[in-house]
Design a protein around this ligand. Structure first.
Ligand SMILES: NC(=O)c1ccc[n+]([C@@H]2O[C@H](COP(=O)([O-])OP(=O)(O)OC[C@H]3O[C@@H](n4cnc5c(N)ncnc54)[C@H](OP(=O)(O)O)[C@@H]3O)[C@@H](O)[C@H]2O)c1
Length: 342
């Protein structure tokens, strides 16, 4: 089969699309004919290399994908040939109440081979049924970011209707999912972005108030827009460049929920403001299977929709990485096997 391959850690020139051995289907695995897949910022980290990440090369990247079941292992009970499925990339001990807290929790595409290939063999536990009316590009691009943003806002930050939420990086995968979820939860949504075009999209996806942080300080903007009070929740994933202003944007008793540090993972912080304003700093990673089902149900019924920035053949995955790294556009970058686009 044809697959995207990371030959070694490095810049985009380490990405190749070419022949790779066909997957063998294990007893509890399902062979999926991938129709569409999507990039996450995680694919950039994995390509560049992370401490503690020891991958066998070449590595097939990719944590998001969707397609048709073409074969099932002998122990598979939930799927049969012809079913439409999407990948949910978190792998944890399902006997635990919260498998994301498993000490051995890991992510398909990051710690083990991913799904950016024509076919993938994957445990049935990591597949979600997709109704047939759902478009492949939607099914292949929603799972990771919508589950992450859902858990951040609904479970970890316990967002309530009428609260004020600030979503940073609203144009990114997590950001644009968070906008939609916060709006759905009945919150007042504040969003930041680096261009007017991204902010216009943010408004179309649920933002009530928007700020171009390249032109004004977003913490001052939040104070001005909220009569000096600040917001109840900040959705953080940018890290070092925004951390202090995120803390400054919070109202007394506010919650900062973070899933990432795209711009740097070790920011200067503000301890006096954290204790004096009695703030909560909350970490969040991926989601439990129940949370994944809850949020994807709302994608399948059209309540939420991933915005698609671009659709590229998998042979142009290097370009897909550049789009994310250069922060071009709004939403998700989809890649499809070249054979699907002929
Ligand atoms: N823990 C988890 O379970 C989990 C799950 C998903 C993602 N994450 C993490 O969350 C972060 C976002 O992921 P994503 O897939 O949504 O990324 P993405 O699609 O690439 O979006 C990142 C957004 O952040 C904004 N940004 C602001 N400052 C930035 C900077 N210095 N460098 C890069 N971008 C900057 C950009 O918007 P503007 O250009 O408008 O500022 C960009 O659209 C990543 O760090 C990822 O690893 C964690």
């Amino acid at each position: 089969m044809q697959a995207v391959k990371i030959l070694q850690h490095g810049d985009t020139d380490v990405i190749e699309y070419g022949e790779y051995p066909d997957p063998e289907v294990g007893r509890d695995e399902v062979l999926v004919d991938i129709k569409a897949a999507a990039l996450n910022h995680l694919d950039i980290w994995t390509r560049r290399g992370l401490p503690m990440l020891d991958l066998e090369m070449p590595h097939i990247p990719g944590s998001d994908g969707a397609g048709v079941v073409v074969e099932t292992g002998v122990d598979v009970t939930r799927f049969e040939e012809g079913d439409h499925v999407a990948v949910s990339a978190g792998v944890g001990d399902l006997r635990m109440d919260d498998p994301t807290l498993d000490p051995n929790f890991h992510i398909i595409g990051e710690h083990v081979p991913g799904v950016h290939s024509e076919y993938t063999a994957i445990s049935e536990d990591n597949l979600i049924p997709v109704p047939e009316h759902v478009d492949w590009e939607v099914a292949g691009s929603c799972s990771l970011v919508f589950q992450t943003a859902w858990r951040m806002l609904i479970e970890r930050a316990e967002l309530k209707p009428d609260e004020k939420v600030l979503v940073l990086g609203a144009s990114g995968g997590v950001g644009h999912a968070a906008l939609q979820i916060a709006d759905y939860a009945g919150a007042e949504v504040y969003a930041t972005g680096s261009t007017e075009e991204k902010l216009q999209y943010a408004e179309e996806h649920g933002a009530d108030y928007v700020c171009n942080y390249e032109e004004e300080n977003f913490a001052k903007w939040v104070r001005a827009e909220t009569d000096g009070a600040g917001v109840d929740v900040v959705v953080e994933h940018v890290g070092a460049p925004t951390w202090r202003d995120s803390i400054k944007s919070l109202a007394k008793g506010g919650r900062l929920v973070t899933c990432g540090g795209t711009g740097g993972g070790n920011p200067e912080t503000d301890i006096p403001r954290i204790f004096w304003n009695q703030l909560e700093i909350i970490g969040s990673t991926m989601a439990t299977p129940e949370q994944v089902d809850d949020v994807l149900e709302l994608v399948w019924d059209g309540t939420f929709e991933p915005a698609i920035r671009d659709v590229l053949p998998m042979s142009e995955t290097a370009r897909a990485h550049e789009i994310l790294e250069n922060r071009e556009g709004f939403g998700k970058v989809v890649v499809r096997p070249d054979s699907e686009l002929k």
